[in-house]
Structures are given as C-alpha cells and as structure tokens.
Design a protein around this ligand. Structure first.
Ligand code: ADP
Ligand code: MG
Length: 409
C-alpha cells in the first residue's frame, strides 16, 4: 500500500488527532462488546510511546434528538479505554468549545484527551425551546467543522476503518484541512489483509454469502464471483435464488425485483454457485416458534425459512474443508435467535477446522463479524474485520473516500 502510516511520521511533541472507531454496542450505559476499543490500542500505544500529545475522537451510533446527547455520550468508552491503557484521559464533554482548545494546549507529550461523540455535530439544540434541528455537520462533512477540528492538531491519523467508506467531517474533512496525514495500524492491517486475499489469492477460494438481502450484496457478489472458485449462498438471500429457480419458498423473505438478477447469476456462475439443500423453517419470526427442517423442494406455504439446514451445513463443510482462502459476508440465518443460529455455528465450526492449515479465513460483514465473535469463534479466523460496510466496499473494488485523502508515501 502506498499510503503513509503512523510509523512514517515524527510524532514527538506534536498534537496528534486520532480518528478511532469506537462505535461499540452500549446497553444501559454498559459496553457489551469492547472489541473495537481493543483493536485501536496498538496505534494509541505507538503514538504515546513516540511522545505525541494525543487527541482521540470517534462517532458513536447516530444522533437524532436531545436525549441522544445523554445516551450516546462517549464517556463510557473514555472510562473503558482509560482502564485498558492504565492511564488517565482528560475528557472534554463537548465537540467544539473554547475549553477544548485550552485543554489541548495544556497536554504534555504522552498525554491523552478525548472529546465527545463526533455525531453530536449532527444536531443543533435551541437552548430556550429545547427544539432539536438535524444539521448533519459531521455526517455531511460540513467544511467549517472539518477545518475547526483540523485546527486543533498538527497531524491527523485515521484508524477508523469502519467509517472509511463515508465522507464525514471527522475523517475526510480533517484530512483535507491539515498538513500531515497518515493511517493507523488497525486501518493498515485491515487494508493489507483484504488486499492480499484479493490480489495474491490462494486457491481454492470460497466466498460465503448470506445476510438479509441480495440487493445489499450485489456489488460484492459480482466482485467475488469473478475471483472465487465457489460461492456458498445462505441467509435470506437464499430464497431469492430458490424462487428464481421456480421453487416454492413459502413465507420466506425474498426480493421480487432481484429475481431476474438472481436468474442471471445462476446462469453465469452455475459451476460456482452452491445453494442450500435444506432450510430450517418456522411459522413466526420468533425464537419461541418451533423449527422444522425441510428440503428446499418441500417448503410448505405457511412457513418461512430462517436458517440453512443440517444437510446444507455438511454440504458447505465439504467445500470449506478444501479451501485455502475464505471470505465470509452475511450470517447463514437469523443467528440472533439461538434456534436459527445453528447454520451460522455450523459454518463457523467448519472454518475453525482450517486453523493451522495455512488457509486465510476472513469475516467481512458487520453482522457476520458480530455472529462470529458472539458465538465464540473469535479465534477461529485469521481476520475478523472491524468494518462491515467498509470491508464490503473495499472487496467490491470501490475507492474508500477516507483513504483517498490520506497522504501517499
Ligand atoms: P452482514 O452485516 O454480515 O453483511 P447483513 O446485514 O446482510 O449481514 O444481514 C444480517 C441479517 O440478516 C441478520 O440480522 C440476520 O438475522 C438476517 N438474516 C439472515 N438470514 C435470514 C433469513 N433467512 N430470514 C430473515 N433474516 C435473515
Ligand atoms: Mg449488516
């Protein structure tokens, strides 16, 4: 890769603005998965070791109303990061204020400051009426905001791979208003791993595609289909393909306007596409609803398919077993409900058996990554991407806007 990384810059005594991706799940004020915070540690530690004055910021979820300014505060993340580093972090409960500048000026080499959720800049509150107006200064990359944040530092490091496919004030805006820019170590690792799998591919190369919609994945299906030796199809998108083949799919989800496309893909990639043999069906979209397994030719009218079945898990296992590269996007079923997680668990199991076989196994999509981690398979893959949408767009061969504006070596 020809982009500058944090290791190419002299950080000593410099005010280093670090865009991290701390968009972690928070329930009742508690962080339920701190994987993204942990993944950001190498860059943070590197900057501190080199004597940078570190200013870290991130978005957290979306901000649309006044109560979000309380519930979507980044404070719990500041606390967690401080614990993980064993260091004090100065927290400024603002995204733009005089005090922010003053506190940054007080920072000594190797000290850390964090400011609030960058998406707080997406709303404006009328102090008298408490009325909330959506202004999207962060999400629509308002040029004044990017310039303001850029004025707070000397160097900008972008380590937020998860938002690299977006053009926001906190990534593109700052990068275009500051002298020196580079990517962080997490971003570098993500990009190198994905690029290496796509460019120096070891065959057989199997793409596993699932999730909710064919339409979300068209780009990635087509990009992977040209390179992969096998395409295993699971998740709700199965049913658009089955319907395109003229099968009865009962009440399962499918996309009417994607049937023609599914037909074309089935023709074009007939030797590579592997569809499920059986599916786990049920009456209601609920974990309390009884699961029944049916071959794909026998799905009853009154049921919907929520997972791949056991024959399919075995069929996919045969292909996975002989693969040297695997890229997986989209869960095989509604893994959030344990009755319909068995297909996803089965695929994770098959992939975990490749460990030590010198195969490259990568999870791309956000939900597939959450499934792999949540179901206990964190150590079974060579790489679990922190960027759902960004990894998909990268695999499709699209240019990531936040990367484009980073200095070249
Ligand atoms: P990723 O984030 O990995 O790219 P998607 O966002 O495309 O994946 O899809 C994830 C969602 O798809 C999950 O919430 C899961 O419950 C849902 N899903 C998977 N299989 C089915 C199915 N058969 N019917 C309905 N929803 C499904
Ligand atoms: Mg998703």
């Amino acid at each position: 890769m020809n982009k500058k990384t944090v290791k190419d810059l002299d950080l000593k005594g410099k005010r280093v603005l670090l865009r991290a991706d701390f968009n972690v799940p928070i329930k009742d004020g508690e962080i339920t998965d701190d994987n993204r915070i942990k993944q950001a540690l190498p860059t943070i530690k590197y900057i501190l070791e080199k004597g940078g004055k570190l200013i870290i910021f991130s978005h957290l979820s979306r901000v649309k109303n006044i109560s979000d300014l309380e519930t979507k505060s980044i404070r719990p993340i500041v606390v967690r990061l401080s614990e993980l580093l064993g260091r004090k972090i100065v927290f400024i409960k603002a995204i733009q204020s005089k005090n922010l500048k003053t506190e940054i000026d007080k920072l000594k080499n190797g000290e850390i400051l964090m400011f609030e959720n960058t998406r707080f800049a997406d709303v404006q509150i009328n102090t008298e009426t408490k009325e909330c107006t959506i202004i999207k200064c962060e999400s629509k990359n308002n040029p004044n905001l990017g310039a303001y944040w850029a004025s707070l530092g000397d160097i900008f490091i972008n380590d937020a791979f998860g938002t690299a496919h977006r053009s926001h004030a906190s990534n593109v805006g700052i990068a275009t208003n500051i002298n020196e820019t580079a990517i962080g170590l997490l971003m570098e690792n993500e990009l190198n791993t994905l690029a290496n799998a796509m460019e120096n591919t070891k065959h057989p190369f199997t793409a596993i595609l699932g999730g909710s919609k064919v339409s979300d994945k068209i780009g990635v299906i087509e990009a992977l289909a040209t390179k992969a030796d096998y395409l295993l199809i699971g998740g709700a998108m199965t049913f658009t393909f089955l319907k395109a083949l003229g099968k009865n799919i009962g009440k399962s989800l499918y996309e009417e306007d994607k049937l023609d496309l599914a037909k074309k893909l089935l023709e074009k990639y007939s030797e590579k596409l592997i569809l499920p043999l059986d599916v786990t069906c049920t009456k209601e979209f609920s974990n309390d609803s009884t699961p029944y397994i049916f071959d794909v030719d026998k799905i009853p009218n009154n049921l919907m398919g929520l997972d791949i079945g056991p024959k399919t898990v075995n069929l996919f296992a045969e292909t996975i077993k002989k693969s040297k590269t695997i890229i997986w996007n989209g869960p095989m079923g509604v893994f959030e409900m344990n009755k319909f997680a068995l297909g996803t668990i089965g695929v994770c199991n098959s992939i975990s058996l490749l460990k030590g076989n010198d195969a490259i196994t990568i999870v791309g999509g956000g939900d597939a990554a959450a499934a792999a981690i949540g179901l206990g398979f964190s150590d079974s893959f060579t790489h679990i991407s922190t960027g759902g949408g960004a990894s998909l767009e990268f695999l499709e061969g699209k240019e990531l806007p936040a990367l484009k504006v980073i200095d070249e070596k």
